[in-house]
Design a protein around this ligand. Structure first.
Ligand code: A5P
Length: 222
């Protein structure tokens, strides 16, 4: 077995370890935001196994379907205005706790859920840890005026083959280099036609759980 065939399973084991550790942070009676992606796919069975009475909100159709199959109790996010905890994956995690999300195009819903949660927990395999965030930054754009919005953004392109978000948004990515993510996020936030972007500030993140082999590193951020 070569390195290439070993790598994916080692990372999958790390995703599973981080996800299972995060499931232990959930307590009976909590309102729980469920993120999206391959790491969250390990969270859902770990949560279901605990047989807690939970009220869950899903950030994507894929998460909702799997959560229902596993017997987790789902509610539309129109029914709750706050959550006790939200748990989600990330594409990049910087040392200061800023993260990039949206590799699966679900970052708008993920950010709404993260902000509504008292505690937002990021779970990841070790390959997601980076010395500094960098492009691409996922975007969700309104279809109306799309060429004008892309022109205003500069180095942004619609993501090839990406379906529209469940809310009808066009998924794109920004490829410009940036240093400090904070002013870049302010610029993106001020662009008409941009629904949301995948830069999540450290102030939004409570905990980061990153697995390194069998060990899960738990960092308290915001
Ligand atoms: C979904 O849009 C993303 O924000 C995911 O949470 C992120 O891409 C991490 O996904 P994986 O757990 O699949 O790496």
């Amino acid at each position: 077995m070569g390195i290439d065939s070993q790598e994916p399973s080692a990372l999958e084991a790390e995703k599973r370890a981080a996800a299972r550790a995060s499931a232990m942070l959930v307590e009976d009676g909590m309102r729980v935001g469920l993120g999206t992606g391959s790491t969250v796919r390990y969270l859902l069975p770990a949560l279901a196994e605990r047989h807690l009475a939970l009220r869950c909100v899903a950030t994507s159709v894929a998460t909702e379907l799997l959560a229902r199959q596993l017997g987790l109790s789902l509610e539309p996010f129109e029914a709750l205005d706050a959550l006790d905890i939200a748990i989600d994956g990330a594409d990049q995690i910087a040392p200061d706790g800023w993260v990039i999300k949206g590799g699966g195009g679900a970052h708008t819903r993920e950010k709404i859920v993260a902000l509504a949660a008292t505690r937002f927990v990021v779970i990841a395999s070790s390959d997601k840890v980076v010395p500094a965030l960098g492009p691409p930054v996922p975007l969700e754009l309104l279809a109306f005026g799309l060429p004008a919005t892309l022109r205003a953004l500069g180095d942004a392109r619609v993501r090839a083959g990406a379906p529209a978000s469940p809310d009808g948004g066009v998924i794109a990515d920004h490829y410009a280099s940036f240093g400090d993510p904070a002013p870049f996020a302010v610029t993106l936030d001020a662009t008409p036609g941009l629904v949301d972007h995948g830069l999540f500030p450290a102030s939004m993140v409570s905990d980061v759980l990153v697995a390194h082999g069998d060990t899960v590193e738990h960092r308290h951020v915001g």
